[in-house]
Design a protein around this ligand. Sequence first.
Ligand SMILES: Nc1ncnc2c1ncn2[C@@H]1O[C@H](COP(=O)(O)OP(=O)(O)OP(=O)(O)O)[C@@H](O)[C@H]1O
Ligand SMILES: [Mg+2]
Length: 231
Amino acid sequence: MGSLWHKPFHYANNACKFEGIVGHDDIKQIFVKAIGSKKPVHLLLLGQPASAKTMFLTEIMRSFKQSLFVVGSNTTKAGLVNQLFERRPKFVLIDELEKMNNTDQTSLLHLMETGIISETKINKSRQMQLASWVFATANSSQKIMEPLLSRFLLIKMPEYTFEEFREIAVSRLKEENVDDFVARVIAHKVWKELASRDVRDVVKVARLAGSIEEIPFVVKMLNKQHRIGGN
Ligand SMILES: Nc1ncnc2c1ncn2[C@@H]1O[C@H](COP(=O)(O)OP(=O)(O)OP(=O)(O)O)[C@@H](O)[C@H]1O
Ligand SMILES: [Mg+2]
C-alpha cells in the first residue's frame, strides 16, 4: 500500500472546510478525502436546484489558488483547452457540466483518462501532461457523455430535512438583514405552504414582504402564481 494511508488524515485538508455550507457532512468528507488524495479523484455532484452544488465549487475555488472555475455553458468562448494550457490548474471546477458542448466534454475526458491535454490547430499542435482533479456539478446526468460519467464518482445531493432547510434559510437571510425569528417564519411557510425545497424562494418572500405582517399575503400570492404556472 502507498504511503497515503500513513499520513494523518487532515494533513492536506485544513485548507477547505466548507464552513459556509450547512449540513451535507458526508459530502464534505468525500471532498476532503478527494482533495487530500495523492492521485486525482473526480467528483460529480448531481441534484436539485439550490442544493449547494455550486457552493462546493466556489468554496474550493476560494481555498485553492490552483483552481480553474468554469461554467459548462460558457467554456467554448474562453476555450477550455486554452485555459487548461495557460492556468495548469490542479482543480478543474465545472459548474453545470451537462451544458458543456461535446468538444469540451471530449477534451475533459482525455484529461481525466490520460492526464494529457492536447490541441491541434492548422499549422501547430501542442500537448501537455496535467494532473488535475475534476469537480463538477449537474442537475441531471442526461446530457453528459457516458464515458465521461464513468470517470466520475457520482454523488447525489440528498434532500434537506426541514430543520436543515430552516437553518439554511436563517443563515441566508442574515445576508438580507432579516432576523432569525422572521427567517424561521418564512422558512416554515415556504416549506409547508409553497411545498418548496428551494432556499431561493425564501429569499424571494423575504424581499417581497416588507414586514412580518406581509409574509402570509406574499406567500399566498406566490402560491397562486405557482399554480397558474403549473409547476
Ligand atoms: N447547504 C447549504 N448551506 C448554505 N446555504 C445553502 C445550502 N444549500 C443552499 N444554500 C443557499 O442556496 C443558494 C443556492 O445554492 P447553490 O447555488 O449552491 O445551488 P445549486 O445546487 O448549485 O443550484 P442550481 O442547480 O440551481 O445551480 C446558495 O447561494 C445558498 O444561499
Ligand atoms: Mg448551481
